[in-house]
Design a protein around this ligand. Structure first.
Ligand code: T5A
Length: 208
C-alpha cells in the first residue's frame, strides 16, 4: 500500500507521518517513510537547490529539480519497497507539484502532467490524505515552531491561497480530505480510521 500525506505549509504532515509510522510499527506493520523532495543522495542535493538556493530559479527550473528528486526516489526507494510488499508512507508526492508548480507558479497543467508521468512512470498512491488548514493557521504553526522559512514558504499569501484552493479541489480515487485545524489527536484518529477503511477496501478488492 502506498499512502501519501499532503497539504499546505504547516498543516501537520510531518507530525502525522511520524505518528502513523510509529502506530503501524507498534501494530507489527513496518513502514518505509519518505519525505519529498528528498530521500536519496541525489534527491537531497536537488532539494537543497530547489528550497534553499540564493539564486533566482524560474518555475521550470524549480519543477525539474523537484521532479529529478522524485524520479530518483521512486526508482531507488518507493518502487523497490512496494515490490517487496512493504507499506510506503510519503510526506508529499505528486499532488504537491500540481498545487505548488501548476496552481501556485502557473506552469501549464498538460506539460507538467507529461513530466510527472516521466518522473514516476505513472505510479499512483492508493490513498492520499489531504490535511486542510487555512493559510494563516499554517503560517502561525510554523512561526511558533521557529522553522526557518524556505524559498516557497517565503512567498506571499496570494501564492499560498492558490496552493490551498488547489488542494481543496483535489478529488479522485483514494483522495480523502481531513480537517487539520483540530488537535493532533483528532487529526491522527481521522487519518487512522481512513487508512483502516482503505486497507479493508484494498483487501476486499484484491480478493474479488
Ligand atoms: N514542494 C514540494 C513543491 O513546491 N512541489 C513539490 O512537488 C513538493 C514535493 C517542502 C517544500 O517543497 C515544496 C512545498 C514545500 O514548500 P518541507 O520543509 O519538506 O518543504 O516542509 P513541508 O512539507 O512544507 O512541511 P511544513 O514545514 O509546512 O509543515 P508540516 O509538515 O505540514 O507540519 P509539521 O508537522 O511540521 O507541524 C508544524 C507545527 O505545527 C504543529 C507541530 O507540532 C509543529 O510545531 N502541529 C500542530 N499544532 C496544532 N494542532 C495540530 N493538529 C498540529 N499538527 C502539527
Amino acid at each position: 500500500m502506498f499512502i501519501v500525506v499532503e497539504g499546505p505549509e504547516g498543516a501537520g504532515k510531518t507530525t502525522l507521518v511520524r505518528w502513523l509510522a510509529a502506530r503501524l510499527l507498534a501494530e507489527g506493520r513496518p513502514v518505509v517513510t519518505v519525505r519529498e523532495p528528498g530521500g536519496t543522495p541525489v534527491a537531497e542535493a536537488a532539494r537543497k537547490i530547489a528550497l534553499k538556493s540564493q539564486h533566482d530559479l524560474s518555475p521550470a527550473v524549480e519543477l525539474f529539480l523537484i521532479l529529478a528528486a522524485r524520479a530518483d526516489l521512486v526508482a531507488r526507494v518507493i518502487r523497490p519497497a512496494l515490490a517487496g510488499g512493504q507499506l510506503v508512507l510519503a510526506d508529499r508526492f505528486e499532488l504537491s507539484t500540481l498545487c505548488y508548480q501548476v496552481a501556485g507558479r502557473g506552469l501549464p497543467a498538460d506539460a507538467v502532467d507529461a513530466a510527472l508521468q516521466l518522473a514516476t512512470g505513472g505510479l499512483v498512491p492508493d490513498l492520499t490524505l489531504v490535511l486542510d488548514v487555512p493559510v494563516d493557521v499554517g503560517r502561525e504553526r510554523l512561526r511558533r515552531a521557529r522553522k526557518e522559512p524556505d524559498r516557497l514558504e517565503r512567498l506571499d499569501d496570494a501564492f499560498h491561497r492558490r496552493v490551498l484552493e488547489a488542494y481543496r479541489r483535489a478529488a479522485g480515487a483514494g483522495v480523502v480530505h481531513i480537517d487539520a485545524t483540530g488537535s493532533k489527536t483528532a487529526v491522527q484518529d481521522a487519518a487512522w480510521r481512513t487508512i483502516g477503511a482503505a486497507a479493508l477496501q484494498l483487501r476486499v478488492g484484491g480478493e474479488s
